[in-house]
Design a protein. Structure first.
Length: 263
């Protein structure tokens, strides 16, 4: 059986159409499904202003809606296209918002926004694999949605108590979820394992982020202990590549990269 693992699409249908889909039985996607140019610019502009001691930009409801809709519309396009061929399992990356968060966001800004999860679930052949284990023709696959690992906050925002407090809760939850899964064949996750294919080098990030590790210690620990056959991720596109952790083959597929797994 051939399983195609695809790195963060970010709404780039042109690149996805270059991936060979012949004789593929299943597609796995590592999250960050939609285009997030506007979201990213808004976030990093305010990060820079904060670093310079300047007041943060307060974006209008229309600007917030445009950023969300850019991601939503491009997500729907790429996932409909992929699911035309074979079953697709995807997780959420840091770009995607849960439906409950979208509702809160809509209420806060007084704007109506379509629910991503609700609309993705309408696509035939598509399953959202957030924090779930599935058996596909005898192959056990775990999907782990993006979460804020304590290790990431300590690396990038060490003095931010609120960030660390929230990350502790998310990390604790993910650890409990992983305990339920036990050993699997393929682990699909968004951020890489800590220290493995996770070094930040993008030109668009703040200068003090460069050279830091953006991976997850929780994911690293799970791979070391359970040794899945394959581990596929994305998130840090510039760290695209492959490495081994024990017997596990780890693939950071970057943006729209791919790997055909023979199982």
């Amino acid at each position: 059986m051939k399983i195609l693992a695809v790195g963060d699409p970010h709404g780039d249908l042109t690149k996805l159409k270059k991936i060979p889909l012949k004789n593929i039985d299943l597609i796995l996607v590592t999250g960050d499904l939609g285009k997030a140019d506007l979201m990213r610019k808004m976030a990093f502009d305010n990060l820079k202003r904060k670093g310079m001691g300047k007041p943060l930009i307060k974006y209008t409801p229309l600007q917030e809606k445009r950023a969300y809709m850019e991601s939503f519309n491009s997500t729907m396009r790429v996932m409909r296209w992929l699911a035309r061929y074979v079953p697709v399992y995807t997780i959420y990356g840091n770009v995607e918002m849960s439906d409950s968060d979208v509702r809160k966001f809509s209420k806060e800004f007084g704007i109506r926004l379509p629910l991503l999860g609700k609309n993705l679930r309408k696509i035939k052949n598509l399953k959202i694999l957030n924090n779930r284990v599935v058996n596909f023709k005898g192959v056990r696959i775990v999907g782990l949605e993006y979460f804020t690992d304590v290790s990431w906050v300590k690396e990038f925002f060490p003095s931010n108590y609120l960030h660390i407090s929230a990350a502790r809760e998310e990390t604790k939850t993910i650890k409990k979820i992983l305990k339920r899964f036990g050993k699997v064949d393929i682990l699909v996750h968004h951020q890489p394992p800590y220290g493995v294919l996770d070094k930040v080098a993008s030109k668009s990030v703040p200068k003090n982020w460069k050279g830091k590790h953006a991976g997850s210690t929780v994911v690293l620990d799970y791979i070391r202990r359970k040794q899945p056959r394959y581990s596929v991720c994305g998130h840090i596109h510039e760290a695209k590549g492959t490495k081994k952790i024990g017997k596990t083959e780890v693939y950071n597929l970057g943006c729209c990269g791919y790997k055909i797994l023979d199982v």
